[in-house]
Design a protein around this ligand. Structure first.
Ligand code: ADP
Ligand code: ZN
Length: 521
C-alpha cells in the first residue's frame, strides 16, 4: 500500500517530476487538505487534474473521482498508473473480472484514486460496496455537466447534489474549464457548494491574435490568412464533413500540405492523421470540431474557422488550441448572414429540443454574434463572457489594431425595418434590398413594390451596406428569419423600439481587404 505524502510539493516532484506548482494549484490543494470544499474554474491546460490528484496522494484512504466519460476516465487512470499511482476505475466498459479485481484492491486498502461515473457513485449498491473504506475526498470533474446552460448537460450529474449528505464531512472539489457566471451559479446551487472556496484563473490567452471578418470570398480570404504561415502547422475548422474534404483538397491544389479529419473516418486513419499532425511541421489540418479533444501540440500557430462555431465556449476552446507554447499565434474566422440564418434554422427546426432549450440556444448564438459584431476589443468581449473584466484594449486583436469605424444607422435601420413591414414580412434580404435601392426586377414589379414609398428609399447606400445592415439587425435580434416561409425576414419585438427611435442603432462598418491586411501586418 502507498503511504500518503506528507507534503504536496514532495508528491509533485516525486510522482510527476515537476519542480513547482503553477498558478493557484498550491492554494487549491491546501484548501482541500484543510477539509474545505473547493470549486476550481481554470481554463483548459492550466493543470486542473493535479488539484485533486495531489490531495488524493496526501490523504489517508480513498479519493473518488466522478467523471462524465468512460473514455476520459480510462485515459486518466492509465496516465496515473504509468506514474506508479494506485488508481483504478469501475465501469461497465470493463469486464466483470476486471471490476472484481478493482473491488478486491479497494477492500484491501490498496487504492488511492477510484474513478466512477455519476450514476454509479449515488447507487446504494456502490455505498454498500465501499463498506468500511475511508473516503477522504470527492472530486467532481467536468462539473459544468450539471448545468443545462452548458453544451454538455448530463442528467446524471443532478444526483451529485446529494454527495454532501451521502458523504458527510468529506471535502469535495469540483472542477471545470467553463466559467461563465450563469454556469457557475448553476454549479454552486445544484452541487450544494455554497461554502466552497472558488478559484478562478484568467481565461486570457495573451499570445493569441483574434480576427473575425465578414465572408466575401471565403476561400480567397482563407488563402490570404494562411499565406503568412509557411512551414507552420495549424487547424482549419469547418462545419460539415463535405466541406472539410473539399477544403482540404482545394488547399492541396493551392500548394499547401493539408490533411483532413472528421468523425466518420476509420479509427486507424484518424489515429494516423492525429499522429502526423503531432509529429510533422507545416501541416494544415482541415477538420470538424471532432478534432482537438486531447490534442496537445504546443506549436499550433493558427486556427481558422470557416463557419460559425457552436458557441462562445466552442470558439474559445477551438481557438485555444493555438499557441499552447505561449508564442504569438493567430486565429481567424469568417462568417456571413447565411451562417446566422442557417444556425437559427438548426435551432428552430430541432424537433428534439424543448422551448427552454431553444431559448438557451438562441441566447448562446446571440452571445457569439455579439463578439463577431463588436466594435470594441474582441478579447474584452470574450473574457467578459466568462465573467472576467478586461478593461483596457488588448492591442492584439483586429479591432484593437485597426479600430472599427462605426456609423449611426438609426435611419438606415428604420428604412430596412420599414421595407420588411411594408412588404408584409414575406421576403428574404435579396428582395428587400432590391426594394430599398429601387431596383426594378420581375419580382418587385409583380408584387407592386415599385409603387411603395420605401421603393428606392435607401438609394444612398450600396447593396453591400444593406447586406451589412440586415446581418447586424439579425445579430442584434431586431429581425428574425421565418424558416417555415422560405427564409422570410420578420420583425422581432425590439424592432418597435427602433421604429419609435427609442434606441439608437450603431452599426460597424465592414472592413475592406486592404484594412484587414494592414491590421495583420
Ligand atoms: P486541465 O485539466 O486544466 O486542462 P491538465 O491537468 O490536463 O490541465 O494539465 C495540463 C498539462 O500541464 C499536463 O500535461 C500536466 O501534466 C501539466 N502540468 C500541470 N501542472 C503542472 C506543473 N505544476 N508543472 C508542470 N506541468 C504541469
Ligand atoms: Zn483587443
Amino acid at each position: 500500500m502507498q503511504r500518503p505524502f506528507s507534503d504536496p510539493t514532495e508528491a509533485l516532484e516525486t510522482v510527476w517530476g515537476y519542480k513547482s506548482f503553477r498558478g493557484q494549484q498550491e492554494e487549491v490543494i491546501r484548501t482541500v487538505l484543510q477539509g474545505r470544499d473547493a470549486l476550481v474554474l481554470f481554463p483548459t491546460g492550466k493543470g486542473k487534474s493535479l488539484c485533486f490528484q495531489i490531495p488524493a496522494l496526501c490523504l489517508d484512504g480513498l479519493s473518488i473521482v466522478v467523471s462524465p466519460l468512460v473514455a476520459l476516465m480510462h485515459d486518466q487512470v492509465e496516465d496515473l498508473k504509468a506514474l506508479g499511482v494506485a488508481a483504478a476505475c469501475l465501469s461497465s466498459a470493463q469486464s466483470d473480472e476486471q471490476n472484481a479485481e478493482v473491488r478486491r484492491r479497494l477492500h484491501a486498502g490498496e487504492l488511492k484514486l477510484l474513478y466512477v461515473t455519476p450514476e454509479r457513485i449515488v447507487l446504494p449498491s456502490f455505498q454498500n460496496m465501499l463498506g468500511r473504506t475511508t473516503v477522504s475526498l470527492i472530486c467532481v470533474d467536468e462539473c459544468h455537466c450539471v448545468s443545462t446552460w452548458g453544451n454538455n448537460f448530463r442528467k446524471d450529474y443532478l444526483a451529485l447534489g446529494t454527495l454532501k449528505t451521502l458523504f458527510p464531512g468529506v471535502p469535495r472539489i469540483a472542477l471545470t474549464a467553463t466559467a461563465d457566471p450563469h454556469t457557475r451559479e448553476d454549479i454552486i446551487r445544484l452541487l450544494d457548494l455554497g461554502d466552497a472556496k472558488v478559484f478562478v484563473d484568467s481565461f486570457d490567452r495573451p499570445n493569441i491574435y483574434y480576427e473575425i471578418v465578414e465572408r466575401s470570398n471565403g476561400r480567397q480570404q482563407l488563402l490570404e490568412f494562411l499565406n503568412k504561415f509557411e512551414g507552420e502547422s495549424g487547424i482549419v475548422y469547418c462545419l460539415s464533413r463535405n466541406k472539410v474534404e473539399e477544403t482540404c483538397n482545394w488547399l492541396n491544389e493551392q500548394g499547401f500540405r493539408a490533411r483532413y479529419y472528421h468523425a466518420r473516418m476509420e479509427p486507424e486513419l484518424k489515429a494516423e492523421v492525429q499522429e502526423a499532425f503531432r509529429m510533422e511541421e507545416g501541416l494544415c489540418l482541415v477538420a470538424t470540431v471532432a478534432f482537438g479533444m486531447g490534442i496537445n501540440k504546443p506549436n499550433v500557430r493558427y486556427v481558422a474557422h470557416l463557419d460559425l462555431p457552436a458557441s462562445v465556449e466552442g470558439y474559445y476552446q477551438e481557438t485555444g488550441r493555438a499557441g499552447r507554447d505561449g508564442l504569438p499565434s493567430s486565429t481567424f474566422m469568417t462568417y456571413s448572414m447565411q451562417d446566422i440564418v442557417q444556425r437559427h434554422r438548426m435551432i428552430e427546426e430541432n424537433a428534439e429540443s424543448s422551448d427552454e432549450t431553444k431559448r438557451i440556444e438562441r441566447a448562446k448564438l446571440n452571445a457569439l454574434l455579439a463578439i463577431c459584431e463588436t466594435a470594441g476589443c474582441r478579447r474584452t468581449a470574450i473574457l467578459s463572457h466568462f465573467g472576467e473584466r478586461f478593461s483596457q484594449r488588448c492591442g492584439n486583436c483586429d479591432t484593437c489594431r485597426q479600430p472599427v469605424e462605426q456609423w449611426d444607422g438609426t435611419d438606415a435601420a428604420i428604412k430596412a425595418l420599414a421595407a420588411v413591414y411594408r412588404t408584409g414580412e414575406r421576403f428574404g434580404t435579396g428582395h428587400l434590398i432590391d426594394v430599398l435601392i429601387g431596383k426594378e426586377t420581375e419580382k418587385t414589379q409583380k408584387f407592386g413594390h415599385t409603387a411603395f414609398p420605401v421603393f428606392g428609399a435607401g438609394r444612398e447606400h450600396s447593396v453591400q451596406t444593406w447586406q451589412s445592415v440586415f446581418r447586424q439587425l439579425l445579430a442584434f435580434d431586431h429581425i428574425g428569419i421565418d424558416h417555415g416561409n422560405y427564409g422570410a425576414v420578420v420583425l422581432r419585438e425590439s424592432a418597435a423600439d427602433v421604429f419609435k427611435k427609442r434606441c439608437q442603432v450603431i452599426f460597424r462598418k465592414d472592413k475592406t481587404r486592404a484594412d484587414r491586411k494592414a491590421a495583420r501586418a
